[in-house]
Ligand binder design. Structure first.
Ligand code: AMP
Length: 280
C-alpha cells in the first residue's frame, strides 16, 4: 500500500494506473474506519481492482459547535485496516492539498442540500459536495463508492456528478449494521454504554414504519407517526427529524407511491445519529 499526502502525487499515481489500463475505485472517508467503510472497499476492489481510500476530516462540512475538533482520528489503526482490506493507495491529504490556500469555490446542489439533515446542519452538504468534487478531480477514479447509511449525501453527490458531467460512476453500497440493527458509524464512539443500548431504536422505529408501508399503508403521515411514537418510547432518544421523501429528489411525500426514503436523525447524548430505509 502506498501512502500519498499530496494532490500532485495522487494525480501522478492515478495517471499511472490509468495508463496501465487498470480501473481505479475511490472510497472517500473521514477515517475512524469500521466494517461499513471496509464494505465499500470490498465493492470497489471487486469492480475496480485498484482502490484509493481517502481519509480527510473535511472542515467545510462541519458547522460551528459541531464535532470537527473531537472527531475520532487514529491514522495508524486506519492504515492497518486499509492495508488488510486490500487498499492500494491510502490518500491522506495534508494541509492545503484539498482546499488550497485562498480557495473560494463552493459546489452546491440546490434544494436537495436544504432537506432532511440540511435543515439542522446548514452548509453541511455544500461542504460535502465541494470536497467530493475536489477529490474526484484529484483522484480521477472510474468509480467512487458511498454508503446508503448517508442516503441524502449519496443522492446529492450523485446529482452533483451528473450535473457536472463527472467521469466517475457513483455507486451506493448497503448499510452495514451491528447485530441489534444499529448502523455502524464513527460517531457511535461517542455513545455511553446506556446510550449504546438505546440507539438501535432508531433503526427499529424506521423498520416499523417501513413494515406499515410494505403492508399497504400509503399515508405517509400515519407511517411517520408510528416511527415517531416508537422513538418517543425511548427516553434517551431526542428526535431531530423523521421524514418520508422521494427517493430521488428528496422532496417530502404525502403518500407512499414509487420509491420512498424514510429517514430519521436523533440525538443520543452528544451523538447525533442518522439512519434510513427505502420502501417501494
Ligand atoms: P464517513 O467516514 O462517515 O464520512 O463515511 C465514509 C463513507 O462510508 C460514506 O460514504 C458513508 O456513507 C459510508 N459509511 C459509513 N457508515 C457506513 C455503514 N454503516 N455502512 C455502509 N457504509 C457506511
Amino acid at each position: 500500500m502506498e501512502s500519498v499526502t499530496t494532490a500532485a502525487r495522487m494525480k501522478e499515481v492515478s495517471a499511472g494506473t490509468r495508463a496501465a489500463g487498470r480501473r481505479l475505485g475511490l472510497v472517500p472517508t473521514m477515517g475512524a474506519l469500521h466494517e461499513g467503510h471496509l464494505s465499500l472497499v470490498q465493492k470497489a476492489l471487486a469492480e475496480c481492482g485498484t482502490v484509493v481510500l481517502s481519509i480527510y476530516v473535511n472542515p467545510l462540512q462541519f458547522g460551528p459547535g459541531e464535532d470537527f475538533e473531537r472527531y475520532p482520528r487514529d491514522l495508524g489503526r486506519d492504515a492497518a485496516l486499509a492495508r488488510g482490506a486490500g487498499v492500494a493507495i491510502l490518500f491522506v491529504p495534508g494541509e492545503g492539498e484539498v482546499h488550497i490556500a485562498g480557495h473560494r469555490t463552493r459546489v452546491e446542489v440546490e434544494g436537495m442540500q436544504d432537506a432532511l439533515c440540511g435543515r439542522s446542519r446548514p452548509g453541511h452538504f455544500r461542504g460535502v459536495t465541494t470536497v467530493v468534487a475536489k477529490l474526484l478531480a484529484i483522484v480521477r477514479p472510474h468509480a467512487a463508492y458511498f454508503g446508503e447509511k448517508d442516503a441524502q449525501q449519496f443522492r446529492i453527490v450523485r446529482r452533483m456528478a451528473r450535473d457536472l458531467h463527472a467521469e466517475a460512476t457513483l455507486v451506493a453500497c448497503p448499510t452495514v449494521r451491528e447485530a441489534d440493527g444499529l448502523a455502524l458509524s464513527s460517531r457511535n464512539a461517542y455513545l455511553t454504554p446506556e446510550e449504546r443500548r438505546a440507539a438501535p431504536v432508531l433503526h427499529r422505529a424506521l423498520e416499523e414504519g417501513a413494515g406499515l408501508a410494505r403492508s399497504g399503508v400509503r399515508d405517509a403521515g400515519a407511517i411517520l407517526e408510528r416511527v415517531r411514537r416508537t422513538l418517543a418510547s425511548e427516553p434517551l432518544a431526542r428526535v431531530d427529524y423523521v421524514e418520508a421523501v422521494d427517493d430521488e429528489t428528496l422532496a417530502p411525500v404525502a403518500e407512499v407511491r414509487g420509491r420512498v426514503l424514510l429517514a430519521a436523525a436523533a440525538w443520543f447524548g452528544r451523538a447525533r445519529l442518522i439512519d434510513n430505509v427505502t420502501v417501494g
